[in-house]
Ligand binder design. Structure first.
Ligand SMILES: Nc1ncnc2c1ncn2[C@@H]1O[C@H](COP(=O)(O)OP(=O)(O)OP(=O)(O)O)[C@@H](O)[C@H]1O
Ligand SMILES: [Mg+2]
Length: 273
């Protein structure tokens, strides 16, 4: 698999906003049928990095390549036309819209989409429900239901099914499991595996090491805007990954300092924060 050119690669990418350097010399790549997990603490630069890949921001220097050729992604639309789909934390869907409606939002009627020049509710619902059910989400069987009535996991799943239906090759998921309970998160992780099985290249951004380990083939840890570690599945333990994300400050060290604090302040209330 790794002899194929990556679908998407960043080569020596830097990003500054005026005098503020946010990303430094980023090198990552993702291939068809692989999940790259991007791990990093708050403010590490994860969102900025995905905005470079989804056409929201432009790199200050460095190259973005697709299928081995340098590309420009001047707008989100340009990225989506190249098959790069980004799903945001809450699925990017509209709570007061029906499932069928939200599935076709932003898909302007062109030659091939005759029925959608005038919104055809029945056909839209049928297509949306089928696409979602093909992903194993059989609980969604009525396209007239409002998106707002779906669980967080179902909304994420709907957004992923939609991206795949409209031909995405690269799926960028920004913290898709962050706000979800265990069962819902497991559901979304299953959908991620299904997208991978269908040959998409998936970039999965998360704080949660266990979620990353459940689906990841490759991992990159971002610390203060630089890739601090880069490894494959099975090469690091959960503890090692957690320590890396903490920026070298080991969990053991952290626990020791908390214990030290507790011992020093035994019987006193903690200070206000
Ligand atoms: N438009 C901007 N102008 C100036 N600084 C910015 C801009 N966007 C992001 N930054 C800075 O870049 C750094 C990285 O931000 P980013 O949002 O990419 O982090 P993140 O890893 O996504 O964090 P979180 O986990 O909190 O979402 C932060 O210090 C942020 O303040
Ligand atoms: Mg972010």
């Amino acid at each position: 698999m790794s002899d194929k050119a990556p679908i998407l690669a960043l080569r020596g990418v830097n990003k500054s906003f005026g005098p503020i350097d946010v990303l430094h010399d980023i090198n990552i790549e993702v291939r068809a049928g692989e999940v790259l997990c991007l791990l990093g603490d708050n403010g590490a630069g994860k969102s900025t990095l995905i905005k470079l890949m989804s056409g929201v921001h432009q790199p200050t220097s460095g190259k973005i390549e697709m299928d081995g050729a340098v590309v420009a992604l001047p707008t989100p639309r340009a990225a989506s036309e190249k098959g790069i789909a980004t799903v945001h934390q809450f699925g990017g869907t509209f709570p007061l819209m029906s499932i069928g409606r939200s599935f076709f939002v932003g898909v302007e009627p062109t030659k091939g989409w005759g029925p959608f020049k005038v919104y055809d509710r029945k056909t839209a619902n049928e297509i949306a429900v089928k696409a979602v059910q093909d992903f194993g989400i059989t609980r969604i069987d009525d396209g007239d239901r409002l998106v707002g009535g779906l669980s967080g996991g179902e909304r994420q799943s709907l957004a992923i099914a939609r991206a795949v239906h409209f031909g995405a090759r690269v799926l960028i998921l920004d913290e898709p499991t962050a706000a979800l309970g265990v069962k819902q998160a497991a559901h979304v992780l299953r959908i991620v595996n299904e997208a991978k099985r269908r040959g998409l290249a998936v970039i999965f951004i998360t704080h949660q090491v266990m979620h990353a380990m459940a689906v990841g083939d490759h991992f990159a840890v971002l610390i203060r805007g630089a890739i601090a570690a880069d490894f494959k599945k099975g090469e690091r333990t959960r503890e090692e990954i957690t320590d890396l994300m903490a920026g070298g400050e080991t969990m053991a060290g952290l626990e020791a300092s908390i214990e030290g604090y507790m011992a020093d302040h035994a019987g006193h209330p903690p200070p206000a924060v």
